[in-house]
Design a protein around this ligand. Sequence first.
Ligand code: C2E
Ligand code: CA
Ligand code: CA
Ligand code: CA
Length: 268
Amino acid sequence: SKRAGSHGCVVHDPSLTDRRADDALLSEDLDHALDRGELHVLYQPIVTLADARPVAAEALLRWQHPTRGPIPPDRFIPIAERSGAIARIGLWVLAEAAAQPFPTSVNISPRQLREPTVVHDILAVLHRTGRDPRDLILEITESASVDGETVIGALRTLRTHGIRIAIDDFGTGYSSLQYLTRLPVDILKIDRSFVAELNGTPGGAAVTEAIIHLARALTLTTVAEGIETPAQAAELQSLGCDKGQGYLYAEPLPAADVARTFVASAAE
Ligand code: C2E
Ligand code: CA
Ligand code: CA
Ligand code: CA
């Protein structure tokens, strides 16, 4: 973050300084974004690979900043995690998702999971919206901060109510294998970086194949992310992957559009 200047003195990297100042500005704006109606949720269908039927949809948060336009979640969610704003925003996403007429898969940040009231808050949303907990999947990413007794206890309780737990971006995070035996889990989401390597060669499929075998042995469901081509879908299906999502099927869409695909699929 620091480098030697031309006269040997140490100067700050301007890009990093700018980034920090910008983070602080965005963090302030984000505090008001929810109340000002700048946040909305899109839904990306998750389909069975065998017949491309939708079974659920992943809730993906969007921020339309009043002067800057759309800010990508990879940019503002880490800021919301640091400020703590993610707790309130995350619960709002959950409430939006639970109000939809199809099963949803909702991303939960590690910070949210460490809130002492997380179990109560999630169950309260389901109660208020009258949703069956079996229609809710919580996606958590592998990280050291969710590998503690309190978080594992919270996940166990949620699971006894019928909520399913998915590990997101599986294989890219922190000590995946050790983690798997400790966490109460139902679904492994195969990260799109592995799906992108599927090119019909055994080498390209190695990691994906290993994850699918592991999931089988532990009786977990597999969902592949970032499927963009029919060839990837076919290869995943022949490897035994259960479900998938990606631009091949649908990009993240407004809820009403996704609801229509569920109705159309049920009528077939
Ligand atoms: P993620 O959970 O891994 O979500 C999948 C990302 O892949 C989404 O990016 C989605 O739009 C994108 N995607 C879907 N299909 C394809 C495809 O075929 N090809 C490619 N290249 N990408 C595809 P998005 O919407 O920008 O979200 C980025 C990340 O932000 C998410 O990654 C998730 O970690 C986080 N995020 C989004 N919404 C929420 C939220 O409500 N709460 C929390 N805690 N995190 C969220
Ligand atoms: Ca996710
Ligand atoms: Ca993911
Ligand atoms: Ca990701």
